[in-house]
Design a binder for this molecule. Structure first.
Ligand code: SAM
Length: 267
């Protein structure tokens, strides 16, 4: 696994670390095996104050969005080594589509089979490039354009150029039947210039998986892509702390601090 795909092992390692805690916000029993030594090496290499805490909060927050929305079809846009198909309880009949780069999906299928993973929904993995015309691959896998979809773009948008992220979100909006929801995360532009993240950013760049952009106006960005923002939260804010965020929530215009936005939006 190379380039940006390898970042999936980093976030799997972060889920494994959370899983080991007595007060874990979720249990991902496969994360340790999926991360492997490479994932843990990256977890150490990219760690910044708040990074591991944020990844745990993000996972839990999106788990709750999924539980609340409970749509019949869910698409993990850049699924990486996510194991929600195994670890969440899905209403019967749920179809979960996982999109990610072909090499990653191939590796993941093989590893999940070796680990004898038992999926609790109808899971369909699709290898595709999210900067290309990927929706044909999704349709071919059985996705129903006439039914609402919950799209989950977790840990993806800042690895794309702003133009590619915009094209992707616009395409998701145009594909979405009424009642569809988009959930995910964005990084703040400030994080790209913060001293706190400088070393981590340089390491990501050196490893061929740089963060490419961020925005300090998440609501405006989502609206301009055809989405109506519903919830936008910084870690530590109401409903996005879980006792895991060690600092008070920072005002949005606190310059120089790394920040991540969690969001939901509707069409
Ligand atoms: C940090 S990982 C996040 C994975 C997963 N959502 C998680 O939270 O663990 C970023 C993922 O984006 C995927 N990705 C980045 N650019 C992509 C593209 N153009 N097409 C498909 N997948 C892409 C990578 O392969 C990788 O799995």
């Amino acid at each position: 696994m190379e380039g940006v795909s390898a970042t999936a092992r980093w976030t799997a390692a972060a889920r494994a670390v959370e899983t080991r805690r007595a007060d874990a916000l979720f249990t991902d029993a496969l994360a340790e095996a999926l991360a492997g030594p490479e994932g843990f090496a990256r977890w150490e290499r990219y760690d910044n104050p708040g990074t591991t805490e944020f990844l745990a909060i993000r996972t839990r927050w999106l788990d709750e969005v999924i539980a609340r929305s409970a749509p019949a079809q869910v698409v993990l846009v850049a699924a990486g080594l996510d194991t929600r198909s195994v670890r969440l309880h899905w209403p019967s009949g749920t179809v979960l589509y996982e999109l990610d780069q072909a090499a990653l999906m191939e590796w993941k299928e093989k590893r999940l089979a070796e680990l004898e993973a038992v999926h609790r929904c109808d899971r369909r993995g699709i290898g595709t490039d999210l900067t290309g015309p990927w929706d044909g691959d999704l349709r071919a896998a059985g996705w129903d354009a006439s039914a609402p979809t919950l799209w989950v773009a977790e840990g993806l948008l800042f690895y794309l150029t702003e133009g590619d992220a915009r094209t992707l979100l616009e395409r998701l909006a145009s594909l979405s039947a009424p009642g569809s929801v988009l959930a995910g995360d964005l990084i703040a532009h400030q994080s790209m210039i913060s001293e706190f993240t400088r070393e981590g950013l340089a390491r990501l760049r050196a490893d061929g998986c740089p963060w490419l952009w961020g925005t300090d106006r998440p609501e405006e960005f989502l609206s301009s892509c055809g989405w109506t923002p519903e919830q936008v939260r910084l870690p530590g804010e109401d409903g996005a702390s879980y006792g895991r965020w060690p600092w008070p929530p920072l005002p949005r215009d606190t310059l120089g601090f790394p920040m991540n936005y969690l969001f939901t939006a509707t069409v």
